[in-house]
Design a protein. Structure first.
Length: 163
């Protein structure tokens, strides 16, 4: 009996399981560096952001999650600068899409040396974060960006499992 009760508590404590629907609203680059003000947007960073987006999508799909199509809310999403900070609009859109969770993330560039990235899984009904991680990375390279996101996925979402 005690074993069954313990197992039930463990299952209740697991907020997200494979097979549930996730609305992934992509990643947003927040460039607060002085380099952008003088040189303009860096196409290499846009390409890195796209690679991270693909990595996240592929990892969640490989983990058994159902990534929902955002097309029905695309007009609303196009008006949002940063889905990770839109006062719950991501949770409302996820609910409208029939998703269990909204997945949002950011890469914040402080300089070419210091960047921070985060990924958060939020309950579509309450908007509360159920899983997430923030990591600081050093170096503005393809390798550092990918290594940072792989670490987030491995430690916060997939119990130490790498793809």
């Amino acid at each position: 009996m005690l074993r069954t009760a313990t197992l039930s508590l463990i299952l209740l404590a697991t907020p997200c399981v494979a097979g549930e629907k996730v609305a992934f609203f992509g990643l947003t680059l927040l460039d607060e560096s002085l380099q952008t003000q003088t040189a303009g947007a860096d196409p290499a960073e846009a390409a890195r952001l796209k690679k991270l987006d693909t990595l996240v999508r592929e990892r969640f799909a490989a983990g058994g999650y159902d990534l929902v199509d955002l097309a029905p809310v695309q007009d609303r999403l196009d008006r949002v600068v940063n889905p990770a900070k839109c006062y719950g609009c991501e949770a409302r859109m996820a609910t409208d899409l029939g998703a269990d969770y909204a997945l949002v993330g950011e890469v914040q560039k402080v300089s070419n040396l210091i960047l921070t990235m985060n990924l958060q899984l939020r309950d579509a009904t309450s908007g509360e974060t159920v899983k997430g991680r923030v990591v600081d990375i050093r170096g503005n390279t393809d390798d550092s960006w990918m290594r940072g996101m792989r670490y987030i996925l491995k430690t916060a979402f997939f119990n130490g499992e790498e793809q």
